[in-house]
Design a protein around this ligand. Sequence first.
Ligand code: PPS
Length: 684
Amino acid sequence: MATPAEVVAEQHEEARRLLFSMPCAAPPSHEEIPLSMKTCPTLDLFASEKEEEEEKKACDEPVSSPSSGETHSHDATAIVPWSSRGRVDVSKIQALVKEGYRIIEHTPPPPATKNKQKASNKKNQNNANGSNNKNKPKQQQPRLFGPQYSATDIKSTTNLWDPVNAAVNNVNIIRPSHDAWGIGKIVLIFADDFLQGTYELPWWHLRTDIRQAVAPILDCLQIQTNQIVRLLLASLPPGTTIPLHQDSGAWVCQTHRVHVPIIVTEPDKIMFRVGLTDQQLQRIDCTPGHVFEMNNQCRHAVSNCSDDYRVHLILDYTSSSSSNNNNNNNNNNNERPQQQLQHVKLDPGEKLLQTRRSVDRLRNQGSRPTPSFLILGAQKAGTTSLYEYMMQHPLIVRPKRRETHCLDWRWKEEIAKGSNFTEKQLREHCELFYETQALKLHPSCCTGDSTPSYWLDSRRVIPRLKMVFPWRISFLVLTRNPIQRAESHYAMVTSSEGTPAQLKTRGTEWREKSFVQVVHEEFQNMHQCGLIPYWDMDAGTVDQTVFDGFINSAEEDQAWSLYLDRHVPLHTGSYGVLARGLYALQMRPWLHAFHPQDFLCLQLERDLNATTVQATMERVFDHVGVPSSFTLADVSPQNTRQYEPNMDENLYQVLERFFEPHNRRWEALVATLPNQSNKVGTMV
Ligand SMILES: Nc1ncnc2c1ncn2[C@@H]1O[C@H](COP(=O)(O)OS(=O)(=O)O)[C@@H](OP(=O)(O)O)[C@H]1O
């Protein structure tokens, strides 16, 4: 939430009052602030449907209180809010950025001459047609990619603050809150929030004069260029206050934030404050050349109470161990292991596509297909929780519905009848269930859905999936104690609560039957299909020798197919109370059709409990190809239901005997899959 204007005005007035009574603090003794003093903030999450709104929101968002929701791993009083890193000569940078720092147009004007020309041509055309509604120019291109400028639109190539000059000779970067505050910028290095890509802009990698001017600062900090993830100059207009806030985003706890005042005409009229709380703010000396590091997890604010613009160089860098070509490891043991930075050199005039948390090159559009992951099942095994936890990740975008069913129930009826739909048409139909077009532009983001019915009867789903989404998909499979799964299934299907659509899809077949009856019928059905020859229907026991000889045989496959034909309808959810708990059987066709490494198999009780869920989700994020360094804000179980126990001890024991060899079979199968850590453990 942006700070209300009246609060900003109050803070500005307070800063003005403090100018003469609050001296600059003596620099704390620390030099580089350990990253372990910067805990991960609570993120305000990316919401696909509100993307436009989100983009307008602040990158550095104000939050209520620094000590409230945050869990500092350190004694709070020991956290260092800032440190002085030295002094440097900034005259070379001053000379480079002096021109135009006072007159900044933040929104580049449209390329006037050409647009006017086009508009007048269009007007003439329309008049000639006798209509001015036809052939309206499409609004979408300019909005997405920004206007196209050419060298002739630039007023002065030496004015690095000019957004038109930047758009042509450098790269246009959007910084929503800073742009809204009227802050001018010269961006040299930029990164997305997860540091997936560190972009060196042309004015950095093509201009020796700029690099040489900045070099003394890097020497002072004792860092290499490849450690920098953001480097920019910001011009704060007179009379402006950036209100109290603390920075958010996954990058914050992985980077050191440095400020260097460059042009500050009246340093005594600048109020730059930082502190652990709003009551503990310290004022920092902002005379040009003072290199200081600020803990941007602490509260901070700045007010320019002078009559001139104020230019700071702002630099974020990672510990040396995370940068390529650097062997010097000064990482503190408490810090998260850091990823290797990927440095990308951008071309002059190149277009970037930004959301609040992501940065993508226009040239990379479409490089991640949609969808790129699917939660396959099992039904009632916690798939809603898994899905909702995934959707908290800022780079995962919600599909239009959680269970798309685009490959089973919602597969076009005509298609099912075998009409002549082309592959392209089929794909387009399925793509409608996802934010496909928007995601093409943002390949660092991804989407997928959770349709637990896919796992059980995959005979239709797998060929359709291979046809419409022929790229590599990351699959997620979640299992649960199959007895509890069955109880949960029965409770859902017989519940009278839910929307009319939910009640319809659940069916009414089990309404008049007890759980015991439903289980008994399922045993009969399986038996008649020849699916459980090892099961003594009267004694309720397994013949292990028959079981071992039967599983994975052609007879088992045939019996399974017969069972699916006879007892797995599409129009109701009242089926498969035991079959849905035969996890290895459901998985077999999937493993025949796809690579084993495409699957991540999790177990509800073991992997989504309060102790394990964060680590599990980091594996999930890794599996689907988004940065795993994201802390979940809400790990509460989803889609829970209160219901009376619906079986006696005797039935429970029967089911335990029935499922026991199947559970072992499943565990043995999962153990053969690559990338399944935590694979040792028994089905609870
Ligand atoms: N984290 C966690 N820990 C323990 N149990 C959990 C968790 N998340 C979901 N659940 C339980 O999973 C059941 C819902 O599963 P699904 O969301 O897959 O159901 S559905 O197939 O989408 O209808 C539902 O089970 P029942 O409450 O027994 O019906 C949920 O309570």
